[in-house]
Design a protein around this ligand. Structure first.
Ligand code: MLT
Length: 306
């Protein structure tokens, strides 16, 4: 019987896939055959000599020492695409936050909790609400950097909102290119995308080539008043460059799914606590995909997505 070490709360449906194969699940064991985890930061020393496979219930594998695993011949499975819909929906929410006075409008209404007369409140709001006026997304240009499972879903959704969509991917796979709607204009380089887009959303993994990719040079080149969204990985964007671009008015707003300490409290920044994939559905899909890959490898020697 294979023993699987689970290092985070993994969705029940994923765990059931393993237990129906008669695998033993343990939250603590020194001799697991495989490790199944979500965001736990795994160190090389945590990987017992008995481990034959690692599964991540999530897309990124930057919490796993992949090169050590490769040296030791341990496949690392992830769940690409399994949480793409959840991320897409949050990014569309981010676009709405970036185009309309939603957050300011809500906090203004909350600040009126002392008022008891609905008629008085309506009069006051009639006068004040022009402060929360925004712009429509339809007719604006969205630049999508990274056209994999998440980026291409966002491109599709933005087209349905009436946006013009341009895209760039430094490593566009044949599959991804095929999935991409033909209305998405592919740019030759990231600089030309930054120069044209009103909104830019990043969907790249963190790699040596993407770390700090969004730097001063790129942001100096963006269309003045542009809104940048980063729901991918924090390390892709230089925060110093973002601060400079916001201060110069190059960027109108930065919206990110990472609670960057030095940005807390700025009016031109919206920070979220990395909740892009935090839905019941995404957690379940990721856990099932990772668990199935571990099973298929341990039982049949098959390798997918590693
Ligand atoms: C992912 O890598 O799947 C997402 O960033 C969410 C997560 O870290 O779990």
């Amino acid at each position: 019987m294979y023993k699987i070490l689970t290092l985070n709360q993994i969705s029940k449906k994923g765990l059931n896939r393993l237990s129906t194969n008669n695998f033993e699940l343990a939250e603590n064991t020194s001799s697991p055959d495989a490790i199944l985890l979500r965001s736990h930061k795994l160190q090389g020393d945590d990987i017992a000599p008995t481990v034959k496979a690692i599964g991540r219930a999530g897309a990124g594998t930057n919490n796993i020492p992949v090169s050590i695993c490769t040296e030791r011949g341990i496949p690392v499975f992830n769940s690409p695409g399994a949480n793409a819909n959840a991320v897409k929906e949050l990014v569309i929410g981010g676009l709405a936050l970036g185009s309309r006075g939603i957050l300011d409008g809500i906090s203004y209404v909350n600040s009126l909790s002392h008022m008891t007369d609905a008629g008085e409140m309506a009069k006051l709001l009639e006068k004040e609400k022009k402060r929360f006026k925004g712009n429509e997304l339809a007719g604006r240009t969205l630049g999508v950097v990274g056209l994999g499972a998440i980026g291409s879903m966002i491109a599709n959704a933005a087209l349905n909102l009436g946006m013009d969509v341009i895209g760039f991917d430094p490593a566009l796979s044949v599959d991804a290119a095929w999935r991409l709607p033909s209305a998405v204009q592919k740019m030759e380089n990231i600089k030309s995308l930054f120069a044209r887009a009103d909104y830019i959303t990043l969907h790249l993994p963190v790699l040596e080539e993407t770390r700090g990719l969004v730097n001063l040079d790129l942001l100096d080149n963006c269309k003045p008043g542009c809104c940048l969204l980063n729901f991918a990985r924090e390390e892709i964007v230089s925060i110093d460059a973002v601060l400079a671009a916001l201060d110069k008015g190059k960027l109108r707003q930065f919206i990110t799914d990472f609670p960057v300490p030095s940005l807390i409290g700025r009016e031109d920044v919206i920070l979220m606590p990395h909740i892009g994939a935090s839905t019941d559905e995404a957690e379940e899909n990721c856990a099932v995909m990772a668990a199935d890959q571990i099973s298929d490898f341990l039982l049949n020697g098959n390798i997918k997505n590693s």
